[in-house]
Design a protein around this ligand. Sequence first.
Ligand code: ADP
Length: 708
Amino acid sequence: MTIFKKSEEKKSEEKLPIAAIEDLRKVIASAQMPSHVQQIADKELEMLSKMSPATAEYTIGLTYIEYLVSLPWSKKTEDNLDIEGAKKILDERHYALNSIKERILEHLAVKILVANRKPRILVVDDEEIVRKNLEHILKREDYIVITAESGVEAVEKLDATDFDVIITDLKMKKVNGIGVLEKAKSKYPDTQIIMITGYATVDSAIEAIKKGAFHYISKPFELDEVRSTVKLAIEKKLSVISTKGSILCFAGPPGTGKTSLGRSIADALGRKFARISLGGMKDEAEIRGHRRTYAGAMPGRIIEEIRRVGVANPVFMLDELDKIGQDFKGDSASALLEVLDPEQNHSFVDHYLDVPFDLSSVMFIVTANIADNIQEALRDRMEVIEFSGYTEDEKIKIALQHIVPKQVLEQGLSDCPPEFTAESISRVIQEYTREAGIRNLERQIATICRKIATEFVRHKEAIRNIKVTPELVERYLGPRKYYFEVADEKNRIGIATGLVWTNTGGDIIFVEAARMKGNRELILTGSLGNVMRESAQAALSYLRSNASSFNIPEDFFNNHDVHIHVPAGAIPKDGPSAGATIAIALISLLTKRPARRDVAVSGELTLSGRLLPVGGIKEKMLAARRAGVKIVILPLKNRVDIENIPEDVKKGLEVNFADRVEEIVDMVLLLNDSSTSIGIKSAYKSNNPDRYIMQLKYPSCNRDENLY
Ligand code: ADP
């Protein structure tokens, strides 16, 4: 942006002409900057007026002033505090997500209550006439006004109750205005304090501002000045308390509606929407800017985005907080705390600006795929709202109600909208996507719409009133991309099914185990992380030390190597929840009993064979259903998580719980005389063979107890 033209004529001059300086001064004065920023801008302009426009310093200085005046220092949008309107916007644009919408409406309700409360003002002055005057003016503004005739009385009143704004004389006996300020700030940090001073005490008033006072008014004061300063102080207090404690963190897999909900919150509140992604950020300067002394210095992304939206109170989404680059230069947590923490962000200093910018009226929303991966110092200050993946039914409804109409519009088909059937959407979900959210689904629907648009343009009339059927889906999208991994596979010895939780939601894994002649080595492949490698070691050690209780030869490791592989080798995998699955794959291998593909196990295994609870249960259940799993086995302590997830997520799944790995062996492994090529369907025909084995081996164990 260039506000001031640097004409050739100017360049040839030694200095900036006086008229241009005056123009600049006017622009600075009308930029509604806080007084301390304006002073800096004026000082910079002063320096500029003494420089030759041909120098590099001149350009740097001019760009800096341009930047300062282009920022929305006090420009804010008015909040639309209409709770019914907000509910309507959220409901219209987003299917389900009820608890999340409720939380957002609660947030709004608090704001409305705060905004509608009559502000309470304490007037402190030892001169009765001043006190009475202020009381009179402020009561007429419909504030609740309480007076105190000394600093001592003000402190007593502060002990009893809180005020939104305090107007206090600076010079008083015993406890002066600074004493009142310190008392108020120590007890109620959000209270805004306005100092009243005589000319002689202006320096002390500036000192008071450094200590946290909101503003000062010099005696004799003008009524309008009092009114407007108090109004600003009240607005400041309201904005601080209404944004306080409200850093919402939306955590969940991609495509579950986090960003679009953020956008809707902005629309519901009538605020602008700003967004930056933190994923892969490597340098503190990207957040906080470069100092101006660097060549090509630039402001950080936060301030730049605020400038772009042009208001100081947008809804600001910081995406992928859990993906900040590992090799981040500087302390990412402290830089972000300065942005996010309501105690600090009223004076956020971008290195380029070099003056504090007040971010306290911004409503920050942070997103992450997995909240646990956010640095603790930051996570502690956030309210984490979990977004989980959608069931197939939910996806179909979202597609029919939201995605199809949106894509029909975007692909120019509004005049001849094709009709999508639920079966066709279901076909897209099952055969062309494998995800917790609905990003790919949206992409595939967009592809279908584009193909229809092309046909329409080429063949015109023939293509009107088109009905998208499953057959048409196949014609437009080509051969299916995904299969039911489980339902289409056979039961095999040494291969067990597990459930894991990844950045993109829950997923299914197959753990393969093989044994061959060798040197007692455990070989682990499939891009396994440290935690998963250790789980495998623990599982092997547990089996070696308890071989006899599983009918495994004690010397199975002698003169042999054991290899554990988790396919999709290019995708890095980590976490403890595959421990139990690895153990089952090994037991299957060593007892030669085939493992049922349609039984998925998730649990951390200890060296003593106990199963510890694991995370991401809802996501894992959704992944199990997507893959065609019939039975899920979880640690006993995860029972409460299962009880808390909605019925439709568990629909069609049998969930069993176990405390020890011994208890799950017969739930997963078939008898070794079963054919290794037995299909799942035939296993089912034999009416749950595991129940039979269970009774055989643990006659006292009633498996139904563990049935969900
Ligand atoms: P995320 O930020 O979680 O990755 P997005 O907000 O970008 O996800 O959502 C991807 C797409 O899915 C968007 O077009 C969004 O409107 C749509 N979407 C996701 N969840 C819902 C929902 N519950 N109702 C309607 N549309 C949704």
